[in-house]
Design a protein around this ligand. Structure first.
Ligand SMILES: Cc1ncc(COP(=O)(O)O)c(C=O)c1O
Length: 434
């Protein structure tokens, strides 16, 4: 077979579209209208009214939950969850080693010790490694549905239930995803979502928390809200009702303009997931043609991903020793400029925040508090991270052309790798010296 020359060495790039390839969120007239209408209505809502109440109602109903609480970030929603659960200094919480750091970082404000659990080949917390990490100090387990692929919630939930542990789901990558027909965020005591700019449902910035437990809700509310909301929504008989005027002292209130945007976005969530699912299948098809590439791992009968991103894996040992750097460079040269290697979303155990928290929080952690903890190799997370390549998953039917060009770009470069790695490597040397 005669292959088209790689763009890297002067061939025609597959994708020559000049305009931005991936724009998220798409700013529509409906979104602009929502903002304008909200500007006429209110720029700050002290009580649970207007767009705040509407979003919380719609979000809670979608998830079949009693309470939803808007906050100004996902990070603060996790912080509120940790306070609501009553976590104390010295308590241990098992968290995935492979997640965005904000899944675990709010725990550090409470003197809690995050105990990292390795992931499986799907990038999610490995339930088979969870049980051995449970000690008498363990109070909770947190999971993140990484890149929109739901965790194995049946196993994780039954381990938590059997051990009397609270379960918190970080669904920041997974708005609308499902496991066994049940929405993520509804399995544990608390579910949280980020509404930050890149997220599937976004207000630019923002976060939301759901729970069925009115006591947890009251404590999360007190953590970051005060006065009117607390007076109106916390039962007079709650043991902390007398804190209502001040709350616990933090401010997590969300901006109504952000919520107006997120509410408009949320109406489209299901149609976006349906479209993303179709595009993800196109990526799956091309990736499955090449043994050195591995598609995201999930069971389509049980797991419905939200496709926040499409993370696939490159295996050098099956790629005739072409390196992931070389492969990435060749794809970029074909014009696939949205292709990325996840950077700051990496195994967390080596960050100083988690290794030496006493330097940041001397009042909460003794010297060497984490010494001897989290010493494992986290081999699967490292492998997952080192071999990961990430693509956006487009959400609109009118973006099919760009998706198809990315598919063609992957096929073109991969055929080179399979057919003539010697020539591929020589070409790489000529083009980039490496
Ligand atoms: C998995 C995960 N958890 C938590 C967060 C924090 O959310 P926010 O940026 O809204 O604070 C993010 C944000 O990127 C995230 O990806």
């Amino acid at each position: 077979m005669q292959l088209d020359n790689l763009a890297l060495v002067g061939g025609e790039p597959v994708c020559q579209i000049d305009s931005p390839h991936y724009v998220w969120p798409r700013v529509t007239p409906a979104m602009k209208n929502a903002v304008l209408e909200q500007m006429d209505d209110s720029l700050s809502l002290y009580n649970r009214s207007g767009v705040i109440a509407t979003f919380e109602d719609v979000f809670a109903n979608y998830h079949g939950k009693k309470h939803a609480l808007l906050n100004n970030s996902g990070t603060n929603s996790i912080h509120a969850a940790a306070i609501a659960l009553g976590l104390r200094p010295g308590d241990e919480v098992i968290v995935p080693v492979y997640t965005f750091f904000a899944t675990a970082s709010p725990l550090m404000f409470l003197g809690v010790k995050p105990i990292f659990c390795d992931c499986g080949l799907d990038g999610n917390l490995d339930p088979y490694k969870l049980e051995s990490l449970i000690t008498t100090k363990t109070k909770a387990v947190m999971v993140t549905h990484m890149w929109g692929i739901p965790c194995q919630m049946d196993r994780i939930k039954s381990i938590c239930d059997a051990s009397g542990l609270s379960l918190v789901e970080d669904c920041s990558h997974a708005h609308g995803a499902e496991f066994d027909g049940k929405k993520v965020g509804t399995f544990g005591s608390i579910g949280i979502w980020s509404l930050q700019g890149q997220k599937i449902v976004t207000g630019g910035e923002g976060g939301v928390l759901v729970t069925d437990d009115s006591d947890l809700f009251s404590r999360a509310l007190l953590t970051g809200h005060y006065n009117k909301r607390c007076k109106d929504e916390i039962s007079r008989t709650h043991e902390l009702a007398d804190f209502s005027v001040t709350g616990f002292g933090l401010k997590h209130r969300s901006h109504p303009l952000a919520v107006a945007i997120a509410l408009e976005q949320f109406q489209h969530l299901d149609e976006w997931i349906a479209q993303k699912t179709k595009y993800a299948a196109l990526f799956d098809n091309v990736i499955q043609e090449f043994p050195f590439l591995k598609a995201p791992l999930y069971d389509a009968h049980r797991q419905k991903p939200a496709w926040y991103a499409y993370v696939f894996h490159f295996h050098q040992e099956l790629a005739n020793d072409v390196s992931i750097d070389q492969f990435e460079k060749a794809l970029k040269a074909e014009g696939l400029r949205e292709l990325d290697r996840p950077g700051s979303t990496c195994p967390l155990h080596a960050f100083p925040l988690f290794l030496q928290p006493e330097r940041a929080f001397p009042g909460l952690y003794e010297k060497d508090a984490m010494k001897g903890r989290n010493n494992e190799s986290f081999a699967v997370a490292e492998l997952y991270y080192q071999s990961a390549l990430k693509l956006p998953v487009w959400a609109f039917a009118d973006e099919r052309e760009i998706v198809e060009q990315y598919v063609s770009g992957i096929r073109k470069v991969s055929q080179w790798v399979m057919q003539d790695p010697e020539v591929f490597r020589e070409d790489m040397k000529t083009a980039v010296g490496g």
